[in-house]
Write a protein that binds this ligand. Structure first.
Ligand code: SF4
Length: 322
């Protein structure tokens, strides 16, 4: 168990000093616009920072305000989101934009991103982490964030292989600067990303090293969770028209790759079709092994005109060539 910590001014200032010197210059750190900050947090939920920058620029240029996204068709966002994966995020982000842009009398927020954690966490696609990040970074609300980086730093610093969420939040709260809680949160996550990394942490240059109980044995914290992925075997059928275009359908909104387009997949008739090859595709909790088949159709559509997942792009490239 972790002992409860009181406000730790030494670590709080040491961490912020380090952050002010070493933080990466990321585009969403140069704005206080809550919509653009929320957008960055949603993109970064499951996309690496280097790629997240590209998507954030692309989407924020097209949708500079929450209302501009609310007025658009979700398919336009899905097209911009193409390649970032986890497309349900994009659909939930669009639903969020619609709700926020709705009049207050009709249950919305008049186009203003709510500032309270309790309101943010009610919105589509906004979990406790994203609500805390937006509340603290955009509105200076002193609420600690807990993500994978913060979990690792807390586990090591407190030498606890499996700290509870409550314990990490309590510890994170003790590091929040009264006037800069958003920066304190970002500093902790930045430290996990740049210094207290999963492998070979740079303890010699860590601003928290003087009070780190796990230093010297850092890589044994936190306890590693076994990650055995389920394997799912499915078929995909690419039917090609005489001009070389494939038949594509829009996937069901509530299913895998919902709202995106792709060739028929799953329960498809492969009789008298030509097997082209197999593709292995990693999802967060399972591995898909896709047998790719080729058939013919009378009329296909241009794949560049619709949003398509990475997996479907690979399937089409296998049959059509890239
Ligand atoms: S001293 Fe090392 S293990 Fe401890 S928080 Fe810093 S980088 Fe992580």
């Amino acid at each position: 168990m972790i002992a409860k910590t009181s406000i730790d001014h030494e670590l709080c200032f040491s961490l912020l000093d380090w952050y002010d010197r070493e933080k990466r210059d990321l585009p969403w750190r140069n704005t206080k616009d809550p919509w653009l900050i929320l957008l960055s947090e949603v993109i970064l939920q499951q996309t690496q920072v280097s790629r997240g920058i590209l998507y954030w620029k692309r989407i924020s240029e097209r949708f500079p305000t929450v209302k501009s996204m609310a007025r658009s068709d979700v398919d336009e966002l899905l097209l911009l989101w193409q390649g970032a994966g986890y497309y349900s995020r994009a659909r939930r982000l669009h639903a969020l934009a619609v709700i926020v842009s709705t009049n207050e009398a009709e249950g919305g927020y008049d186009g203003i991103i709510p500032r309270e954690y309790e309101e943010l966490v009610k919105l589509p696609g906004i979990g406790p982490y994203t609500a805390a990040a937006v509340a603290s970074i955009a509105f200076n609300t002193p609420v600690p964030v807990v993500d994978g980086n913060v979990n690792r730093v807390a586990s090591r610093l407190l030498a606890d292989p499996n700290p509870s969420l409550k314990a990490i939040r309590s510890w994170g709260q003790s590091l929040l600067h009264r006037d800069r809680p958003g920066d304190s949160n970002q500093a902790l996550m930045e430290l996990g990303a740049l210094v207290c990394k999963p492998r070979k942490p740079k303890c010699e240059s860590c601003p928290l090293s003087s009070k780190c109980s796990g230093r010297g044995n850092a890589e044994s914290f936190p306890e590693r969770k076994k990650n055995r992925k389920k394997i799912e075997y499915i078929n995909a059928l690419v039917m090609v028209d005489p001009s070389g275009l494939p038949f594509l359908t829009r996937r069901d909104d509530n299913g895998r790759f919902g709202g995106l387009w792709g060739p028929p997949m799953g329960d498809v008739d492969t009789e008298a079709k030509e097997k082209i090859g197999e593709i292995s595709h990693q999802l967060s909790h399972r591995e898909l092994r896709v047998s790719v088949w080729r058939g013919t159709c009378s009329e296909g559509i241009d794949p560049k005109s619709v949003p398509i997942s990475n997996l479907d792009s690979k399937i089409l490239a296998m049959v059509l060539g890239s």
